[in-house]
Ligand binder design. Structure first.
Ligand SMILES: [Zn+2]
Length: 104
């Protein structure tokens, strides 16, 4: 008796590729849209909510702890290879304070 051919199930439709970004503070990888991009343009580091600005960018979770951690450990500066001025650091810290404490 012939063994029936094993029928290969059709592969599940390919998931649309969602680019993931890694948080420079906690290293969690999430979809680009769930992260906040920081971009270094004209030697000032600014928040780029739409992720469209040109320049070197780093990503952070939209949670206060990640912002504080990355500012404390200078990971933003390291990631963007630049120096944060006191005012710049302050404004980023303030942005971080407007964010929720952590993921619910
Ligand atoms: Zn994070």
């Amino acid at each position: 008796m012939k063994t029936p051919k094993v029928e290969h199930k059709p592969q599940a439709p390919r998931q649309k590729h969602v680019p993931e970004r890694t948080c420079i503070a906690c290293r969690a990888a999430k979809g680009k849209r769930e992260m906040v991009r920081l971009v270094c343009s004209t030697s000032v580091i600014e928040v780029d909510p739409k992720g469209k600005k040109p320049g070197r960018g780093v990503y952070l979770c939209p949670y206060r702890k990640c912002w504080e951690m990355s500012l404390k450990s200078n990971r933003i500066e390291y990631g963007l290879r630049t120096k944060l001025s006191t005012e710049n650091r302050q404004s980023l810290l303030e942005y971080g304070r407007s964010l929720p404490e952590k993921e619910e």
